[in-house]
Design a protein around this ligand. Structure first.
Ligand SMILES: [Zn+2]
Length: 576
């Protein structure tokens, strides 16, 4: 058995999970809306895409809208936000875990499998392929696009097809603007072909919408030295937080952002210390005592508050010059301002959507372990890991991303058929995706620990819609944080589905039913769940496997999204 984590709740823990379907669900929904391919292109800057259009590429696409990455502007975090997945452990695969008080996670995952629940119908997750791409200086986007084409053209289902091309991120890191232009040329050519074939084969057009998650500096920078400044100021760079002077800093990848972890006692002092460094652009932290977010630069300090119920900000205090340029845009001091107005003012500064991104990045909005202090680096500076430096040494490198500034945080959304607002924060992208009901499509199984100590398995409609379903077998695996893998020991549950359930199709309406598990699994931090769907003859008709599942603490229903998935959401049940 695994060690029980600190996060385990006394009352009971809820677990929220996502399914990755390894088969195609028979669709009961009417095919009235057009077939739509959403194609994620990691790390393609808005400016590069605009240049590509000027050069005659992406002729069928509307001019791009600007997608504003979350902060830190990192791929795993950004795609999780864009795809509106549930919470992750941290912004990246390697992270500091508060409960365990240590750095966990495999660095290799940084170049491989995503840390968010992967909901893409197509994405190449092979670690070896990505490492090879780093070594060879780019990898083959042509191969990736050909594979994508085969998958899209195999059938006209699913109607909404989600795909992610990851090679572009590696190309941006290693080959800069020139490499990206070459890559976009191939993507454009392949897309034209896929759309033509689609029309020929299915007698219907294929709508394509491109989304990129952030930008890239496209210029190699200098690696910062953090050790010296920490030592000079009596901070102790360490791997475990034992006292107020202990600081954790690590870098996975070469990034223009640096995350620090420290106890509260000297947190604000650390933020001010880091802000004095020549490589520091803005430093952000949350002052728990004052219930205020601090933005510190060499010019001045801005303190702001956020009121979630009303989605409003208030700039409480400003010392010196405004580090984000918001007050220059006539945002008043000391008054509550709606987020829409802050966003509008912010896009005129060099830091689009700054307050919201800082607030979200420093709180457990989407990650369980947000950093205590985040330094957004000035252009020309980078925070780097030895491993990535080694990999990129083989073929050289170009720029990076992560920082708050527009230069690194503005991606695109551009479609053959639709227009979008000029500026779109990443967290709003999923709302622009027509007809995409995340709940119905993916969130088909959930474990619920009840007040009296039992555990229920809740089935959602996608599972019931599988043709020939007669029974389901579940395997529940628990994540071992010590060894950083899922336990081999598991519990097997067999559940028969009543024929009444099977025969009544939902016709697209969300529906669920609960089954009490014969044995109550211990609520742990992370679970993995596998299901085999069997027909009446005991043949396997579908296999389902969840990706990483994060358990949330039981806090009534207020934060738990299950109601939103299975019933129409009520006001207080909104989960972001
Ligand atoms: Zn990315």
């Amino acid at each position: 058995m695994t060690r029980r984590g600190k996060f385990q709740s006394v009352i009971g823990v809820f677990l929220f999970l996502t399914l990755v379907f390894i088969f195609e669900i028979k669709s009961f929904a009417a095919n009235s809306s057009p077939r739509h391919l959403y194609l994620g292109l990691d790390s393609v800057p808005c400016s590069i895409f605009m240049e590509a259009q000027e050069r005659g590429l992406f002729k069928d696409f509307h001019p791009p809208s600007k997608v504003i990455a979350p902060f830190p502007a990192l791929s795993n975090y950004a795609w999780a936000v864009i795809m509106n997945t549930e919470k992750m452990e941290s912004y990246q695969a390697k992270y500091y875990h508060f409960g365990l008080n240590k750095i966990v996670g495999r660095l290799l995952h940084e170049v491989g499998k995503p840390t968010y629940p992967n909901r893409f119908d197509f994405s190449d997750e092979r670690v070896i392929k990505k490492i090879l791409a780093y070594i060879t200086g780019g990898g083959s986007v042509k191969g990736e696009m050909k594979q994508l084409g085969e998958k899209v053209l195999a059938s006209n289902q699913p109607r909404l097809f989600f795909a992610l091309i990851g090679t572009s991120d590696i190309v941006a890191h290693m080959k800069g603007a020139k490499g990206l232009h070459k890559l976009l040329k191939i993507v454009d050519r392949e897309l034209v072909q896929i759309r033509e074939e689609h029309f020929k084969k299915f007698k219907e057009p294929l709508v394509v919408t491109l989304v990129s998650d952030h930008s890239n500096t496209l210029k190699r920078g200098k690696i910062i030295n953090v050790k010296k400044v920490l030592k000079e100021n009596n901070f102790n760079l360490t791997k475990k937080l034992k006292g107020p002077n202990d600081v954790i800093y690590y870098s996975s990848g070469i990034l223009s952002v640096a995350n620090f972890f420290i106890q509260d006692t000297r947190k604000i002092e650390l933020a001010h210390t880091l802000a004095t460094q020549p490589w520091s652009d803005v430093v952000v932290t949350f002052d728990r005592e004052g219930d205020v977010f601090l933005v510190i630069s060499q010019k001045g300090t801005l303190a702001f508050e956020y009121r979630e119920e009303k989605n409003e900000f208030r700039i409480r205090n400003l010392v010196g010059e405004n580090p984000l340029g918001l007050v220059q845009q006539n945002l008043p001091l000391g008054k509550w301002i709606p987020q829409s107005e802050v966003l509008e003012a912010s896009v005129k500064t060099g830091y689009p959507d700054s307050l919201m991104r800082i607030q979200k990045g420093l709180t457990p909005w989407r990650v369980n372990h947000p950093a205590s202090v985040i330094v957004s680096l000035k252009p020309g500076y980078e925070s780097g890991s030895k491993f990535m430096k080694f990999l990129s040494k083989l073929k050289g490198r170009s720029g990076t991303h992560g920082a708050l500034a527009a230069l690194e945080s503005v991606g695109i959304i551009s479609s053959t058929n639709y227009d979008f607002p000029e500026w779109v924060p990443a967290r709003e992208v999923h709302k622009l995706i027509e007809g995409y009901d995340f709940g119905k499509r993916f969130e088909a199984m959930t474990l619920i620990w009840t007040g009296n100590g039992n555990c229920k398995m809740r089935f959602g409609q996608p599972l019931l819609d599988i043709p020939d379903i007669a029974s389901v077998q579940f395997i529940i695996q628990i994540f071992d944080h010590q060894r950083h893998r899922f336990s081999r020991s598991y519990d097997l549950y067999k559940v028969k589905i009543s024929s009444k359930r099977i025969q009544s199709s939902s016709l697209g309406n969300p529906r669920f039913f609960d089954v009490l598990l014969p044995k109550t699994p211990k609520p742990e931090v992370l679970f993995q769940l596998q299901a085999l769907v069997l027909d009446v003859n005991g043949r396997v008709v579908a296999k389902l496997k969840t990706k990483r599942l994060t358990i949330m603490r039981y806090k009534g229903y207020s934060k738990f999204p299950i109601k939103k998935i299975f019933e129409s959401p009520r006001k207080h049940l909104a989960w972001y």
